[in-house]
Every structure is written in structure tokens, then in C-alpha cells.
Design a protein around this ligand. Structure first.
Ligand code: B12
Ligand code: SF4
Length: 499
């Protein structure tokens, strides 16, 4: 039963919460991955003016109960147990809780045990309906959002993001027609590629202020002529309006298809592109139905990487380990491919059966999911921890091998070598610096459990714990000092107006 004053026309307070699972490692809780939760920024944009809004992002600040009329939570799967914990605290304190986002969209029955109202799918149409019901004291336990017409997507309300995020996030399209087995996007956002109006996107981009821009579309350039034309219009529009910001995007391998797309991407500030490469063998790609890469063939990768580099853009390769056909040999072979192929920064994940995906359903019906004490075990579903084995390795063997693969992949000598190669290939200092930084961050993040713990491990600078530096590192330290000095001098000159 809601308090009576809800029915009156007084100012109400909405508390938005982005819960972070502090037990987990990896991108889930590292400060380097503190990206603004724009889903909550959309929720905020759809709230009437007479609401006061506050945000707690646990990447920066632990949740503590405070006065509010309504608490709205979001969560990726790995953060869901923490979201439920926070919801319990709120409910004990008499606060009404509502939860949306990708996890509850896949697990609405589970979530209904922990929060007062669950909202699945996209919020644009259904959130205002919930608010009306809430205000009139008749909120339902479940609302189904589905996918919405893109014209209904408002600009993210950015004034709520009071924390020092380095990136502004923006989404220009939703949906992905590819439906890879391991991915939630097609289930969450639908098969149809829905494109926001370019001028509207540019208007929203003009409101962003942070040093870096992250275009979060899963499939930035759709795999057809219209998709390429749209991308060119977007990037040209950024240049024309003077929105020249270093930006990172996410794309499939078809990003490399059209030189004009690459030219305008680079000209508008694209310095790093995350590419869904996933694996270097047909067998591994077949395991997870990565159709686009299968169709193009693994032999096409090198040429694609070269084309992207020629435009001064570095490649952040999204790679998956632990496909069903992977054994020790295959995992090390993937590591070697990454180090030699032309990838500049490495995002390496362990294949994880996310709820609602084809992979989850297959693994579940084959009884192959080992960690399944839900909701608690969801905290392990952060891609750095094996939750299933492969046909050649048990879950534990996969985890152990991955730790060795990571230690041997992310050591400073390797990423330093990658850095010089990136500079050579892209001839772009900014792209090189960003890719090198990304490798440092990813390295620190995936090795979190191993760092500083064991003599054979690495320290936070990704150098052996023994402290001994190789001759290569010692020599290249000097080269780096010179490179930094030159780039700082250039930057200082630019700021003092001498360039
Ligand atoms: C940007 C992004 C990131 C950013 C984080 C951004 C952030 N802070 O939110 C970074 C790079 C850090 C990241 C990391 C990871 N990510 Co990520 N990421 C995305 C991506 C590409 C876009 C998310 C986004 O901003 N969408 C735009 C906003 C507007 O959409 P939205 O948040 O879904 O919100 C809408 C609805 O869901 C709903 N909604 C959301 N919250 C709420 C709350 C309420 C109350 C209501 C009513 C509605 C509602 O309304 C919104 C508007 O319609 C998605 C893919 C996708 N399309 O969703 C993957 C995705 C969310 N990531 C995913 C994964 C797996 C990860 C990693 C584990 C990857 C890794 N290898 O380490 C890490 C874990 C991070 C963590 N903190 O736990 C999965 C999550 C699946 C799952 N079941 O949890 C997704 C879906 C991609 C996939 N391949 O399946 N990610
Ligand atoms: S992995 Fe990429 S291409 Fe595959 S379904 Fe997900 S978003 Fe689409």
C-alpha cells in the first residue's frame, strides 16, 4: 500500500541506482570501466518535471539508503545479485523498488521475487505508464516494454551524471540482425536494425562534454549499402558540426568494407574501433554461430585490419576463449593469433552463457552449466570466470588455462611491442596511446586475482613480480620518454596557440 501523499501533487523523489557487484573482477567493477549507465539517463529523461532525481552509481559510491519515494534499479546479469541486495535494503526501509535492464528482461520471474515492480525490455513507452500507475497508487508487478519505435527515444538526461566519467555514451541505433549464440542483443533489442534520425543524434552529441565519446551501438555500420550511407552521413555530420572528439565505437568486420566509411570515421575522430572478431578458426566461430565472420572467412581478417589501420584507426579486438572445440592448444593458438595478427588492443572474455541467449538454452538443456545456484551465481557471469567447460576441458581446467594465457598475453613486454606496431601501422599517436592504455587497463582487470599474489605473477604495471625488467623494456622505456616528451611539447604548443 502506498502512502497517501503520493496521490497529492507534491514533488516526488526518484532515486536511480546502478549496482556494482564488488565480489566480481573484470570490467564489472574496475574504475577504468566506470561508464555512465545511459539506460538510467533515458529513464530520467522520461520523468515529469515535478520529480527530483538523484543517482547512485556504485562504480563511484557505495549505496546507502536515503529518502526517496521510488527507487529504480538497472543491472547487467553479473550485477543482479547486488541489485537484489540493494532492493532488500530499500524495501526494509519502506521504499518502493522498480527494476529494469537486460538481466530482468531475461529473468523477469526471478526478479519479481526481489523487487516490487519489474519492467522488461525498452522503457520508452512503458515507463511513463508505470509512473502514472505508481502515482495513482496502482502499480502492477510486471510491465512488458518490448522494442520501441526509434523516434520515441529521448535524449539521455546527462545532468544526473554527477560523477567524473571520462566518456560520454551515446546510442545511434538499436538491434542487431546477426543473432550470435552468446549475445543478448538480438533478444533484448530485436533483429531489426533501428536507426535513429541522424540530425537528432547530432543534436544530442552536441550536448556531450566529456573528453571521450563512446558510441555504444552494437553494430555501428549495418551490413548493407544503406548502413554504409547512414554511417557516412553520421560521421560527415559530426565533422560539419565541429563535433570533433576522440571516439570509440563497436562494429562488426564489415566496418572495413568501405574506404569512404573509414575515411569519414577517422576524420570525425574515431581512433579505436572494437571489432567482434571472437575467434580465428572456422571451428570456433561455428561453435557460437558467428555467421558474419564465417561468411567472410577467417582469411579475410588481415586485409580488413590493414584497411582500418591505413585510416589511422586502431583495432580493439573482442575475442572469446572457451568455445566448445577449445582445448589447451586452441586457447594458446588464439593468444598467438591475437599477438601476431594486427590487433592493437585486446578484450578477451571467457564464453559465458548469458540468460535468455541461444547458448544458455542449449547449455542448460544439455546440463552443461556448472555454476547455477541462482541468483547468487550470476555474480560469476562477468566473462572473466569460467561458468561452463568445453568438450575438451572441465570448467576448472578452462579457468586455470585462461589464467596462464592471460599472464603470458598481457605482460608489459607484449603490450609494449603491440604499441610500437600500432604506431607503425596507424601513424597515429592518439590511436596508439588509447590502444596502449586500453591494454594496460584490460591487463590489470583480467589479472586482478593474480596481480601481486604470486612470485610468478605480474604487478599492477604488468611487469614480473620479481621486479626484473627485460633488456627490451629497459631500452624502450627511454624511447617512450622521448615520445611522451615530443607529444607533450606538441600539445603544450597547441594550447598556447603556437600551432
Ligand atoms: C555500453 C555497454 C557496456 C559498457 C558499460 C556501459 C554502462 N555503464 O552501462 C562497458 C564497456 C563497460 C560494458 C561492459 C560489459 N558488458 Co556491456 N554492453 C554495453 C552495450 C553495448 C550498450 C549498453 C547501453 O548503454 N545501451 C543503451 C541503453 C539506452 O540501453 P539499456 O541500458 O539496455 O536501457 C534500456 C532498457 O534496458 C531499459 N532499462 C535499463 N535500465 C532500466 C531501469 C529501469 C528502472 C527501467 C524501467 C528500464 C531500464 O530502458 C532503457 C531504454 O530503453 C550493451 C549491448 C546492448 N545493446 O544493450 C552491452 C551489454 C549490456 N554488455 C554485456 C556484457 C556481457 C558486458 C561485460 C560482462 C563484457 C565483458 N566482456 O567484460 C562487461 C560487464 C560490465 C559490468 N559493469 O557488469 C551484455 C550484458 C548481458 C547481460 N545479460 O548482462 C550486453 C547486453 C552485450 C551482449 N553481448 O550481450 N558494456
Ligand atoms: S555479437 Fe555483435 S553481431 Fe553478434 S548478435 Fe551480438 S551485437 Fe550482433
Amino acid at each position: 500500500m502506498l502512502p497517501e501523499y503520493f496521490m497529492e501533487d507534491k514533488k516526488l523523489k526518484l532515486l536511480l541506482v546502478n549496482p556494482i557487484n564488488k565480489d566480481a573482477v573484470g570490467l564489472v567493477n574496475d574504475p577504468s570501466a566506470s561508464f555512465m549507465p545511459i539506460g538510467l539517463g533515458i529513464i530520467a529523461a522520461l520523468v515529469p518535471d515535478n520529480w527530483e532525481i538523484d543517482l547512485i552509481d556504485e562504480s563511484f559510491e557505495a549505496f546507502s539508503p536515503r529518502k526517496a519515494d521510488l527507487v529504480a534499479l538497472t543491472a547487467f546479469t553479473s550485477n543482479a545479485p547486488r541489485a537484489y541486495e540493494i532492493a532488500a535494503i530499500c524495501r526494509e526501509n519502506g521504499l518502493y523498488t522498480v527494476m529494469g535492464g537486460v538481466h530482468v528482461s531475461m529473468m523477469s520471474h526471478e526478479a519479481q521475487n526481489y523487487v516490487d515492480t519489474v519492467i522488461t525490455g525498452e522503457a520508452e513507452l512503458v515507463w511513463p505508464e508505470f509512473l502514472r500507475d505508481f502515482k495513482s497508487g496502482t502499480p502492477k508487478p510486471l510491465y512488458i516494454g518490448g522494442v520501441v519505435p526509434v523516434g520515441k527515444i529521448p535524449h539521455v538526461r546527462r545532468d544526473i551524471f554527477k560523477y567524473p566519467y571520462v566518456n560520454d555514451l551515446i546510442q545511434t541505433s538499436r538491434g542487431c540482425p546477426m543473432g550470435c549464440d552468446f549475445c543478448s542483443v538480438t533478444q533484448l533489442c530485436g533483429k531489426q536494425y533501428r536507426e535513429r534520425d541522424i540530425e537528432d543524434v547530432l543534436d544530442e552529441m552536441e550536448k556531450t562534454t566529456r573528453p571521450l565519446l563512446f558510441i555504444v551501438d552494437d553494430h555501428l555500420v549495418n551490413n548493407n549499402k544503406q548502413g554504409r550511407e547512414r554511417a557516412i552521413r553520421l560521421f560527415k555530420g559530426m565533422v560539419k558540426r565541429g563535433i570533433k572528439r576522440l571516439w570509440l565505437g563497436q562494429a562488426s568486420m564489415n566496418f572495413a568494407d568501405d574506404d569512404e566509411v573509414l575515411y569519414w570515421a577517422a576524420k570525425s575522430g574515431c581512433s579505436l574501433i572494437l571489432l567482434g572478431i571472437e575467434a580465428e578458426t572456422t571451428e570456433a566461430l561455428t561453435d557460437v554461430k558467428k555467421r558474419l565472420n564465417l561468411k567472410r572467412g577467417v582469411d579475410s581478417y588481415r586485409e580488413a585490419f590493414k584497411k582500418i589501420h591505413r585510416h589511422g584507426i586502431a583495432i580493439l579486438g573482442a575475442m572469446i576463449f572457451g568455445m566448445d572445440s577449445d582445448g589447451h592448444q586452441e586457447l594458446y593458438a588464439r593468444r598467438d593469433f591475437i599477438l601476431r595478427s594486427g590487433i592493437d588492443a585486446i578484450q578477451s572474455s571467457i564464453l559465458t552463457p548469458l540468460p535468455g541467449t541461444v547458448l544458455y538454452n542449449r547449455m542448460n538443456s544439455d546440463n552443461k552449466i556448472v555454476l547455477r545456484n541462482y541468483p547468487d551465481d550470476w555474480k560469476h557471469y562477468h566473462f572473466m570466470y569460467a561458468t561452463i567447460g568445453t568438450s575438451k576441458l572441465s570448467r576448472e581446467e578452462l579457468q586455470q588455462t585462461m589464467q596462464q594465457v592471460w599472464l603470458s598475453m598481457y605482460n608489459k613486454e607484449n603490450i609494449r611491442k603491440m604499441m610500437f606496431r600500432t604506431l607503425w601501422r596507424t601513424r597515429n599517436f592518439k590511436a596508439t596511446y588509447w590502444a596502449y592504455g586500453a591494454n594496460h587497463n584490460y591487463g590489470r582487470v583480467v589479472l586482478e586475482y593474480l596481480i601481486n599474489n604470486k612470485p610468478e605473477g605480474l604487478n599492477r604495471s604488468l611487469v614480473n613480480n620479481s621486479g626484473k625488467k627485460s633488456l627490451y623494456l629497459k631500452l624502450t622505456d627511454y624511447v617512450l620518454v622521448i615520445l611522451y616528451a615530443v607529444s607533450w611539447k606538441k600539445m603544450a604548443a597547441r594550447f598556447s596557440g603556437r600551432m
